[in-house]
Design a protein around this ligand. Structure first.
Ligand SMILES: O=C(O)C1=C[C@@H](OP(=O)(O)O)[C@@H](O)[C@H](O)C1
Ligand SMILES: C=C(OP(=O)(O)O)C(=O)O
Length: 420
């Protein structure tokens, strides 16, 4: 059993943003699909990155790590080869590589852990079945067979944008033109924009249509040397911690990033935090916070830490359009509400929204729910609490941010961590 004890503290100092998990997934995949050798730098040693790298190697690519850099030699196993792809707990790894493995025509067995086997895949799997791919079972572990064929792919936009991203990687490899048609408005738009930019930098053409994208077939990915941008989603923990009580400067965050979680800047500004940016850094300083209405549709990963921030505001914050939070590493509407209540706060959970009553938190024992964003949100909450916070499942931070507790200490936080 892993756990962390975090004591109240006002953070201060400057920190480099960790490399973006979403950008790194995309860079590794594009590199593995490319002809030749690419360099991807810097790369976090996170569990999700390791899962994607291992799967790409199992599919035929070669990846050598040198410090924070990965050198990727693109290659693929012959069609029909049996491979096992262990996606660990990473939804991105599963949903991005499933169509790619099918485009290669591999007999790929997909394995997943934690909550991953329960997370939705049906809409993508149904479209793949309609385009020549067989599935041995309806849930993980399953083995796919056959080869993906080009054509018209219809997907809902409100389950997971990762379905679209996976197809955008795979369809350019097919021997004819395809179209992705959205049957409902797209949520998590920024993540698809990140995919489109990654494809463009790899020399792959995709044309937007009225409600989707047209993807020519027979395309080749170009090798590259790519710097992975800083992660707004994980930097958000420090910016919110500062808004609650401290002064933090985060470097390496791009102002014109496609990351939807860049919105944390405007949201904290609306809360009343003193937040500024220049060409090199974002700086946030505590100020009295007031409740907000927040649309979670484009920023699902920010919700746990924004809910914690709201607990320190005056008034009631409503976080709406958040039904998809229930299908992440934990049911994040339930686990976020439980976190706030465990620390002496008050929150109401509805099917697709959360209402957080402001007024501060006391501290206490909280469940990390085996969810990195809940554990990190608990640590941020602790900084503003009156008493210490003890959170279970501290190891979960390894999923996206293995240096989280070290970075907390660098900013003056006080914690004892037992990774179990
Ligand atoms: O494409 C990506 O890198 C991601 C997309 C989002 O998922 P959904 O599109 O399912 O919301 C996000 O929650 C996840 O952490 C990363
Ligand atoms: C939901 C997340 O990731 P994934 O979907 O890739 O598991 C996350 O990082 O919060």
């Amino acid at each position: 059993m892993s756990r962390a004890v975090i004591r109240p503290a006002a953070l201060s100092g400057t920190l480099a943003a960790p490399p973006s998990k979403s950008a790194a997934h995309r860079a590794l995949i594009c590199a593995a699909l490319a002809d030749g050798k690419s360099r991807v730098y810097p790369l976090a040693g996170s569990a999700d990155m390791a899962a994607t790298a291992q799967c790409l190697c199992a599919m035929g690519a070669q990846i050598a790590r040198e410090g924070d850099a990965a050198f990727v030699e693109g290659d693929r196993c012959a069609a029909g080869s049996p491979v096992t792809l262990d996606c660990a707990e990473s939804g991105s790894t599963l949903r991005f590589l499933l169509p790619v493995a099918a485009a290669y025509g591999l007999r790929a067995t997909f394995v997943g852990h934690g909550r991953l086997p329960e997370r939705p895949l049906g809409a993508l799997a149904d479209q793949m079945k309609a385009h020549g791919v067989s599935f041995s079972a309806g849930a993980m572990p399953f083995t796919i067979g056959g080869r993906l064929s080009p054509g018209r792919y219809e997907l809902p936009g409100d389950v997971s944008s990762q379905f679209v991203t996976g197809l955008l990687f795979a369809l350019p490899l097919l021997d004819g033109e395809s179209e992705i048609v959205l049957t409902s408005p797209l949520q998590s738009v920024g993540y698809v924009e990140m995919t489109l930019r990654a494809l463009q930098e790899s020399g792959v053409a995709v044309t937007p249509t009225e409600n989707g994208w047209r993807v020519p077939g027979n395309q080749r990915f170009r090798a590259f040397d790519r710097t992975v941008e800083g992660d707004w989603s994980n930097a958000a923990f420090w910016l919110c911690a500062a808004a609650i009580g401290g002064t933090v400067r985060i470097t390496g965050l791009s102002n014109d990033s496609a990351q939807g979680d860049r919105a944390v800047y405007e949201i904290l500004e609306r809360f009343g935090a003193d937040i500024k940016r220049d060409a090199h850094a974002v700086c946030c300083e505590a100020a009295p916070l007031r409740a907000q209405r927040i649309d979670a549709g484009q920023i699902p990963d920010l919700v746990p830490v924004l809910a914690v921030t709201a607990a320190f505001a005056v008034g009631d914050t409503e976080i709406y359009n958040a039904a998809r939070l229930r299908i992440k590493e934990s049911d994040r509407l339930a686990s976020t509400a439980a976190l706030l209540r465990a620390l002496g706060g008050s929150a109401e959970e509805y099917p697709d929204r959360l209402v957080v009553h402001g007024g501060g938190l006391r501290g206490g024992d909280a469940q990390g729910a085996n969810d990195h964003r809940i554990v990190m949100a608990a640590a941020v909450a602790a900084l503003g609490c009156r008493e210490k916070v003890c959170v279970s499942d501290a190891h979960a931070v390894n999923k996206s941010y293995p240096n989280f507790f070290d970075d907390l200490k660098k900013l003056g936080g006080r914690c004892n961590v037992d990774m179990g």
